[in-house]
Design a protein around this ligand. Sequence first.
Ligand code: FA5
Length: 344
Amino acid sequence: MKERLEAMKAEALGRLAEASDPGRLNELRVHYLGKKGQLTEILRGMGSLPPEERPEIGRIANEVRAAIEAVIAEKQARFEREETAARLEAETIDVTLPGRAPRIGAVHPLMKVQQEIEDIFLGMGYAIAEGPEVETDFFNFEALNIPKNHPARDMQDTFYITDEILLRTHTSPVQIRAMRAAGGRTPLKIICPGKVFRRDDDDATHSFMFHQVEGLVVGPNIRMSDMLGTLLQFARAMFGPQVTIRQRPSFFPFVEPGAEVDVSCAQCGGEGCRMCKGTGWLEILGCGMVHPRVLEHGGYDPKEVTGFAFGMGIERIALLKYGIDDIRLFYGGDVRFLRQFAKM
Ligand code: FA5
């Protein structure tokens, strides 16, 4: 029996030495040490031994078991170490590789200018109002003192959807909506930024869709000088403290008197340059004192209150502010153009 145990030990150690993976190791463990394994099989014959020999055989059997277990444990540990090392190797991150920097977007220059205009007027106590881009003929024209067949309709070539529904040609209809929403309350001070649409041919300074900001103030004793002071303050906040403004008489049916306001060219300081076409001045907006009939359409009594209104093209302000010479660049979606505004 002793020889059988020794022979089994030698065989087991030899086969264990050749085992090359944890699965095989487990097979051998079960084969030699398992409940139905070789060692149990041999020990089953103990009963036939004389009693004095049994302790000796028991000792040898324990030694054999311990020797086999030790080799299994040692190989098991080695396999685990190798597996961990292989996994670490496979998961290695090369920290010296250059990273992939995410591309950072930028606020569109038109939205930047719009936000800047909003900030300037919010700082002067104005609220922001909004109105629909699809408008009725009434709000876009009639209520603004431009009846059907009035020649002033030709000033804004219109996209009609039906006879009575159109794409708004300016932000001025929001004047009427804001006045009606205010229900006669004064003072009313709002600006309204938004998209407008005209059947203009696209060129360097015109687009069929562009953006305006409307302004409206209504209250007792609102005067033309209030309007000019407000617009001067706006022009200086937008283009720099050195600029000044001038007004030229102009006609819009919804104001009386009406004017166009020019700002002195910030590029040349009024000397005359390419930007201002040698005049020293740049037109930025239309404005005027709100026509009494428009106040009435808004629910105000023109004997009690007066008001001023203005409307500017956001594209025009952006062209001047950034020295851009073609409005179409704003709509092209060319990231090389747009990226320049990321850090401004
Ligand atoms: C108006 O739209 C008036 N509603 C402005 C106004 C409001 C006057 C309140 C008085 C009181 P006008 O048609 O001039 O006015 O347009 C205003 C500005 O929009 C122009 O100065 C110009 O900067 C811009 N604009 C007009 N047409 C286009 C176009 N096709 N593309 C880009 N900008 C345009």
